[in-house]
Design a protein around this ligand. Sequence first.
Ligand SMILES: [Zn+2]
Ligand SMILES: [Zn+2]
Length: 95
Amino acid sequence: MAQQESCELCGRGPIETTEHHLVPRQYGGAEGPTAELCKACHKQIHALFTNAELAGFYNTIERLRDHPDMEKYIKWVKKQDPHKKITIKKANRKK
Ligand SMILES: [Zn+2]
Ligand SMILES: [Zn+2]
């Protein structure tokens, strides 16, 4: 069931959130801490970072927020209607 909470990254809420493993499961994070993120933020993180980057450095909300592209994204997304579906462009970086 979808939950209605506040997103830990952009702070919007109540909004439907999904669980993000701060250390991706394939890097042993299955039992590790998770964050409740809105779908837009969750997509944005996985579009911007590889699982290796997430496991190696971007494994806290603070570090994710400090990335310049995330800062820009958060400023933008806060102005978006939480009920509107947001399309996240897949970043064109090689994995
Ligand atoms: Zn969010
Ligand atoms: Zn995730």
